[in-house]
Design a binder for this molecule. Structure first.
Ligand code: IYR
Length: 222
């Protein structure tokens, strides 16, 4: 028998206009300083920061509230080494043979290549898995809007780690099937992002690239 949906009163905090502006401008100023980092220090990161950032990510809205994600945190030196070896093998092949010239041209301003030393240097790797379907015992449960849901959660994760004073890279080794194999994930999960987390190296460099102007991304329809 179908049960009736249950409702609670919304726990909403109404802010003064000044407080709304203050909070948002502070967040904006902090977010403006986020950069994808490829030069990491091996300085340890307190695990509780990773855990709280994942709590933020897991608060994301998702299709039918199915929360179709798993975040695997890797801090073990040997597992990070295995991931680096496997990622570099795929990336070497991709850069040499699989990526068309147009793609390589688009990446040139980033200065990337097949080498991924950060996969060992960064103290933690967070591997974001999408659950293409749920498993209720042996029964498959259909999941809805998995890509959108996991994308939103990953955005919150990256923002939370940045706000915590940590550097991240949104890394997508391709193909990344090796991650489920190395990390022993169940068959309903597929890796979709690999996020090294840590402090930047003292001499970290980032590409001289810019975000679009607001007028290029915002349309105000009269
Ligand atoms: N996965 C490769 C290539 C790469 C692709 C895109 I799209 C980027 O924005 C950056 C890199 C790599 O990680 O080098």
């Amino acid at each position: 028998m179908d049960s009736e949906p249950a409702f609670l009163s919304l726990d909403f905090q109404r802010l003064s206009p000044e407080e709304q502006t203050r909070r948002l401008e502070e967040f904006h100023a902090r977010m403006q300083r986020r950069r994808s980092v490829r030069d990491f220090s091996d300085e340890p990161v307190p695990f509780h920061l990773i855990e709280t950032a994942i709590r933020c990510a897991a608060s994301a809205p998702s299709g039918a509230n199915q929360q179709p994600w798993t975040f695997v945190v890797v801090g073990d030196v040997e597992t990070k080494r295995q991931i680096r070896v496997a990622a570099e093998a795929e990336e070497r092949e991709s850069y040499a043979h699989r990526m068309p010239g147009e793609w390589l041209d688009a990446l040139r301003p980033l200065g990337t290549d097949w080498r991924k030393p950060f996969l060992e240097t960064a103290p933690y790797l967070i591997v974001v898995f999408r659950q293409d379907y749920g498993l209720a015992g042996a029964q498959k449960v259909k999941h809805y809007y998995v890509q959108e849901s996991v994308g939103i959660a990953a955005g919150l994760l990256i923002a939370a780690l940045h706000i915590a004073g940590l550097a991240t890279l949104t890394h997508t080794p391709s193909p990344m099937g090796f991650l489920a194999a190395i990390l022993g994930r169940p068959k309903n999960e597929r890796a979709c992002l690999l996020i090294p987390v840590g402090y930047p190296a003292r001499d970290a460099k980032v590409p001289a690239i810019e975000k679009k102007q607001l007028s290029e991304v915002l349309v105000i329809k009269p």
